[in-house]
Design a protein around this ligand. Structure first.
Ligand code: ACO
Length: 319
């Protein structure tokens, strides 16, 4: 499986740390030193569907394709505009494609899970070209009175068009633990007169220090394992694209992997954590900045609620 094109889209409104400190007991200094985040883009009047469509169209254009060339759409979102129909289904009509579409929810690891599924579709011959789109509105999920979570997130969409050509994807690694203890969000429980147990609705809840420890140790072990699976050494990797949750997590993982900072492109400073859109947005920015060259080896890694993790190694085949 090869990546043919990438795209991304961000909401127009920029929210700075100083903006946050006007209504929260926080400061630019605390947020910058604890997370590396300075600002993030947040949804005002945009829909996730609009962001997903902009990212998808940009990826199609970057691939030199049109929507009619796509024969499967995989959309990743923790909380789409509509629970049903799926974001992928609506996106299919929005961009003018005519193919099956469905949503994937593997939290912040969603891009890696969707890429793995896209690979399976192309290997099985069920699809030749797959559009993977991750669109997230995390700022619609957090409690804006909870300074320990709401300062961390931003919104956006990232996309990649892939096909079944040789020479791209070398290995993937996916894990999940089935544990909601440290990171969760509960929806409105509904009003069924028959339900005897209703879990009250709750905004995104996170035990930051627990997730921090998990994130560092798993990013490191996943990247080591996926490189071994791909038959390459860490030193062979030209670009490590890690989930942009917190600069300190990336720095700690990088130090343990003993790799130079130049290999770790980052945008967390101006994007915040955009959940599953984080890695594909970064990939698109790096691609469009001309930093990727045919033959480069990329390693990607993400972690999120579940707790889920995903990692892959691929060769960049695009000229
Ligand atoms: N402003 C000021 N003070 C704050 C803020 C804030 N925004 N948030 C927390 N604090 C305070 C706390 O109340 C605490 O005060 P106390 O010592 O008086 O109790 C103090 O700062 C330290 O809090 P910690 O939670 O221990 O701070 P820490 O250094 O661990 O940083 C952080 C918190 C940034 C959340 C860190 O733990 C982290 O990055 N964890 C991982 C989070 C993550 O990666 N999530 C993404 C995965 S899930 C997903 O992507 C959807």
């Amino acid at each position: 499986m090869r990546i043919l094109g990438t795209g991304s889209a961000l909401p127009a409104h920029t929210l700075t740390n100083d903006d946050l400190s006007k209504f929260l007991d926080t400061s630019d200094e605390w947020i910058r030193t604890h997370t590396g985040i300075r600002s993030r883009q947040v949804i005002t009047d945009e829909t996730l569907l609009q962001l997903a469509a902009r990212a998808a169209n940009a990826a199609l254009e970057n691939a030199g394709l049109v929507a009619a060339d796509i024969d499967y759409i995989l959309a990743s979102s923790v909380l789409p505009d509509t629970i049903t129909p799926s974001l992928g289904c609506l996106l299919q009509a929005e961009i003018g494609a005519d193919c099956p579409a469905l949503d994937v929810n593997a939290a912040c690891a969603g891009f890696l899970y969707a890429l793995d599924l896209a690979d399976a579709l192309t290997v099985s011959g069920k699809a030749q070209r797959v559009l993977v789109v991750c669109a997230e509105g995390m700022t619609r999920m957090v409690d804006w009175t909870d300074r320990s979570t709401c300062v961390l997130f931003g919104d956006g969409a990232g996309a990649a068009v892939v096909d079944g050509g040789e020479g791209g994807l070398m290995a993937t690694l996916l894990t999940s633990q089935g544990d909601a203890t440290h990171l969760n969000m509960y929806p409105d429980p509904g009003n069924s007169p028959f339900a005897t147990c209703r879990v009250p609705a709750r905004a995104l809840h996170m035990d930051g220090p627990e997730i921090y420890k998990f994130a560092v140790s798993h990013s490191v072990s996943d990247l080591r394992a996926v490189c071994e699976k791909a038959g390459v050494s860490l030193n062979d990797i030209d670009h490590f694209l890690l989930h942009q949750a917190n600069r300190r997590i990336i720095d700690a993982a990088r130090a343990r992997l003993k790799q130079p900072i130049e290999k770790f492109p980052m945008n967390v400073e101006v994007r915040g954590n955009t959940s599953s859109a984080s890695v594909p947005i970064l990939l698109d920015e790096v691609n469009r900045a001309g930093r990727l060259h045919a033959g480069d080896k990329l390693a990607m890694s993400a972690f999120g609620a579940g707790l889920t993790t995903g990692a892959c190694v691929l060769t960049w085949t695009k000229e």
